[in-house]
Design a protein around this ligand. Structure first.
Ligand code: HEM
Length: 387
């Protein structure tokens, strides 16, 4: 066994040949070392999709003590991503009834207003001036919290999405965020509004409400899952466009391409190498490889999204690409609950940047761009631009 995870190639938008090379040279399912444990990497689109949809690959099993962990804060048994089957379906339905498409649609004018205000300041660094503040300001709108809370939310979510952190650091960030959320929930109980927390407090089914602990844990997860991902997908999307001037021009000339463009940028820019690990509940065959009960499995989204059997000419950016959905936001029962919101932010931010600054270009040589190393996602430190 020679493969290891996390992959070791230096981070840049192009560099991550390991997953694709492994898929091409060793096949769709490969055994690797992740720290002290053995883990199967699901590298092809079909293998990833099976792991994400087949109930024999369990998130619940993966969060038991000793299980494979890639993000320590995601191992909390009360959160959606740690549940399976009926329990997951019930909790997801309650959370989804509050975080509804209607609630997201009502945010559209607010997202546009936030983006316009951020661009009015003519940010010389798009990471600091647009990508970082936008998702937390939108989260404040969603929760019904003042924008003055945005910097704290940003700090806590930063810690919660860190891949390597001490138990004390994790506990401290969780305590801080849970304290903030508990106060906000109390406030909404006294003064209900038309935002997500009030809707979550009021959500119920025949089995009753979410308990306070379930509500707080899932709110925290919503914030953590929705922050780093959106910030960095926006940064990576902008850089990808800057590196492909002809495709960028195509989008400027035909803004109606924006929906397929957002999907293609999710596929192409490889935000995360992997999503959360699973553990098998029984012996199971995955793309011709027999896995025993209790095997750890990691869906490698970055290679699945460049699988040539599903995406012809996979290393080419094509903002009009049709066909299979990329797996960047997962698939099946745990499919990203915030997908509609994230895509709304990406759509509005990219459209507005290109409309306002059609001559946008990098202000530094691309080799000077740096990536943060403490997180699981491909995260630009800064994106200096001029126009
Ligand atoms: C570009 C931005 C985003 C990306 C790439 C992304 C990606 C993902 C992926 C890959 C999963 C599947 C996890 C798995 O099955 O292992 C997921 C789940 C989830 N995402 Fe997102 N996400 C994004 C934005 C958001 C936002 C904005 C929110 C909320 C505000 C959010 C909330 C969630 C939640 C709650 C789940 C868990 C659903 C469940 O377990 O049933 N995400 N996301």
């Amino acid at each position: 066994m020679s493969a290891t995870f996390p992959f070791t190639t230096p981070r840049s938008l192009d560099n991550e040949p390991e997953a694709q090379t492994l898929l091409a040279s060793e096949g769709p399912v490969v055994l690797a070392k992740m720290g002290p444990i053995d883990i199967w990497l699901a590298l092809s689109y079909a293998a990833c999709k099976q792991v994400l949809t087949d109930p024999r690959f369990s998130r619940e099993e993966a969060t038991r003590p000793g299980g494979p962990v890639t993000i320590p804060s995601a191992a909390n048994p009360l959160v959606l991503t740690s549940m399976e089957g009926g329990k997951h379906a019930r909790t997801r339905k309650l959370v989804a009834s509050a975080f509804s498409p209607r609630m997201v649609a009502t945010l559209e004018p607010r997202v546009q207003a936030i983006v316009d205000a951020l661009l009015d300041a003519h940010p010389a660094d798009l990471v600091a001036g647009l990508c970082t503040p936008l998702p937390t300001m939108v989260i404040c709108e969603l929760l019904g919290a003042p924008y003055s809370d945005a910097p704290d939310i940003r700090r806590w979510t930063g810690v919660l999405m860190t891949s390597v952190l001490t138990p004390e650091e994790l506990r401290q960030a969780e305590n801080d965020m849970q304290g903030f959320l508990a106060d906000l929930v109390e406030e909404k109980r006294v003064r209900p509004d038309d935002k997500l927390i009030t809707a979550l407090v009021e959500a119920h089914d025949e089995g009753g409400h979410l308990t306070s602990a379930e509500m707080l844990a899932n709110l925290q997860m919503l914030l953590a899952a929705g922050h780093d991902t959106t910030v960095n997908q926006l940064g990576n999307s902008l850089l990808t466009l800057l590196r492909h001037p002809a495709e960028m021009r195509r989008l400027i000339d035909d803004p109606s391409l924006i929906d397929t463009a957002v999907d293609e940028l999710l596929r192409y820019s490889r935000l995360m190498a992997a999503t959360l690990p699973r553990v098998t509940t029984e012996a199971v065959e995955l793309a011709g490889v027999r896995l025993e009960k209790g095997a750890a499995v990691l869906p490698i989204l970055s290679s699945a999204n460049r699988d040539p059997s599903v995406f012809p000419d996979p290393d080419r950016l094509d903002l009009g690409r049709a066909g299979a959905a990329p797996l960047a936001m997962g698939f099946g029962p745990h499919y990203c609950l915030g997908a509609q919101l994230a895509k709304l932010e990406l759509r509005i931010a990219l459209t507005s940047v290109l409309k306002r600054f059609p001559g946008l270009r990098l202000a530094v040589d691309e080799s000077e761009l740096a990536y943060r190393m403490e997180t699981n996602v491909r995260a630009l430190v800064s994106l200096p631009v001029t126009w």
